[in-house]
Ligand binder design. Structure first.
Ligand SMILES: Cc1ncc(COP(=O)(O)O)c(C=O)c1O
Length: 448
């Protein structure tokens, strides 16, 4: 199979082989040998309603036989109209104008381009730079890559698009003194680094800040108390647009349609744009979106001004139909309530792993957790690059999979295990995740 297929973010050659996944059913995936695995990552934070929903396949087939394809380039389609209305209804405040894409990188790219053109149209043409957080992943196209805070992903492609600047993320486990024991003060400090970066770069040059509600890369990093409130204040003070990158967090991952409109924890803020994708269709067909406020749409609503941007497959009629049917399942099965209800038990089950010497931190929200691995619990010392290579790539990833658990061992920041199962999961799945992690992490520690 590796003769022609080039896998994404994957190593090839020198005897490396890759699993072949052939089927999915509920929370379970199967490989070509018929072996089953618990899908504890929802494919890639995507299959919210679980695998094998024939209802979604049937909706796709029906739409394809009615109107398989038409572009949104100056023409609308009924499914795109209806889905846009639905998304606007779920989004907070005046975030209600939907620009469809085919995925997350395109949504992020779209948000940056809109920010730049908006400011050009409204008398602040110098505003073009963007700020994001260290270790955060926002996609792979040149613009999205410039917003991504992972130097190793950018190095092969330097010089990437200029204009991307980084501030610290909110990993409280790694909070610097004197904030290590005060999450509120840490949140204030981290948010204020955004103001500092805007001042440093020049407020007249900064267009937008891109933040995930819970940052994925680095291991499900939640916002400290007060963080987003302070960020909103800063963005308002400097007229900088706040983009909530919810490619992972939207559609139930933390128990709400959009994380920024959630009333749990310290979420609940009104961004200027939301970017989303993945869970909108639960992966049954590709789709993404950038959703903007009335204010941002206004200058394009004069009968002549155009946003010269689009994608052949953006808002594809089949994907939009699948998106609507997927959101119907959310409503019918109460998936957001389900996540909220079960999240404390999921967290408590994962927290049992704290008794292992290699587990430094368990963090996250909803059905989205990161387990940070450390070499020394007392000092929080992390692993060297060589140890990470041996531990994550050499042992953990294959061992977890072999033990029947599909999840992710990630060393884009400090090493973490990421888990984000389909939203239909319950205690049985939480227990399986915990028990496989326990045995494989115990063995990993013994091998160190
Ligand atoms: C926060 C965030 N933004 C953007 C992207 C890019 O999305 P895509 O892979 O659909 O282009 C991802 C992908 O995982 C993501 O997690």
């Amino acid at each position: 199979m590796t003769d022609h297929l080039w896998l994404h973010f994957a190593r090839h050659g020198a005897g490396v082989t890759h699993p072949i996944i052939t089927r999915g059913e509920g929370v379970t995936i199967f490989d070509d040998r018929g072996k089953s695995y618990l899908d504890a990552l929802s494919g890639l934070f995507t299959v919210q309603v679980g695998h094998g929903r024939t209802e979604l396949a049937e909706v796709a087939a029906r739409q394809a036989s009615t109107l398989a394809y038409f572009p949104l380039w100056g023409y609308a389609t009924p499914t795109a109209i209806e889905l846009a209305e639905r998304l606007a209804h779920y989004a907070p405040g005046e975030v209600n104008r939907v620009f469809f894409t085919t995925g997350g990188s395109e949504a992020v790219e779209t948000a940056w381009k809109l920010a730049k053109q908006y400011f050009k149209l409204t008398g602040k043409p110098g505003k073009h730079k963007v700020i994001s957080r260290s270790i955060a992943y926002h996609g792979t196209t040149h613009g999205a890559l410039a917003i991504t805070g992972l130097p190793s992903y950018k190095a092969p492609f330097e010089p990437v698009t200029p204009g991307g600047f980084r501030v610290p993320n909110t990993n409280f486990y790694r909070a610097p003194e004197p904030f290590a024991h005060d999450d509120k003060a840490f949140g204030r400090w981290a948010a204020d680094r955004i103001a500092e970066a805007i001042e440093f770069e020049g407020p007249d040059t900064v267009a937008a800040v891109f933040l995930e509600p819970v940052q994925n890369a680095g291991g499900a990093i939640p916002p400290p108390p007060g963080y987003f409130g302070r960020v909103r204040e800063i963005c308002d003070a400097y007229d900088v647009l706040l983009v909530s990158d919810e490619v992972i967090c939207a559609f139930g991952r933390i128990g709400s349609m959009f994380a920024c409109s959630s009333d749990i924890g310290d979420f609940g803020y009104v961004p200027d744009m939301i970017t989303c994708a993945k869970g909108m269709t639960s992966g049954y067909s590709p789709l993404g979106a950038m959703i903007a406020t009335e204010r941002l749409f206004e200058p394009f609503n004069d009968g002549s001004t155009v946003f010269p941007h689009g994608y052949t497959f953006g808002g594809h009629p089949v994907s939009a139909a699948v998106g609507l049917a997927n959101l119907d399942i959310f409503e019918r099965e109460g998936l957001n309530d389900r996540v909220r209800h079960h999240a404390p038990a999921f967290r408590a089950t994962l927290e049992k792993l704290h008794d292992l010497p290699i587990v430094g931190d368990v963090r996250g929200e909803g059905y989205f957790y990161g387990i940070e691995l450390v070499k020394d619990k007392a000092t929080k010392e992390t692993f060297s690059d060589t140890e990470c290579e041996r531990l994550l790539h050499g042992y953990l990833s294959p061992a977890l999979f072999e033990a029947g658990l599909y999840c992710r061992a990630d060393d884009r920041g400090d090493p973490v295990i990421q888990v984000a199962p389909p939203l239909i999961s319950g205690q049985a799945e939480f227990d399986t995740i915990e028990s496989i992690l326990r045995s494989v992490l115990t063995e990993a520690w013994a091998r160190l």
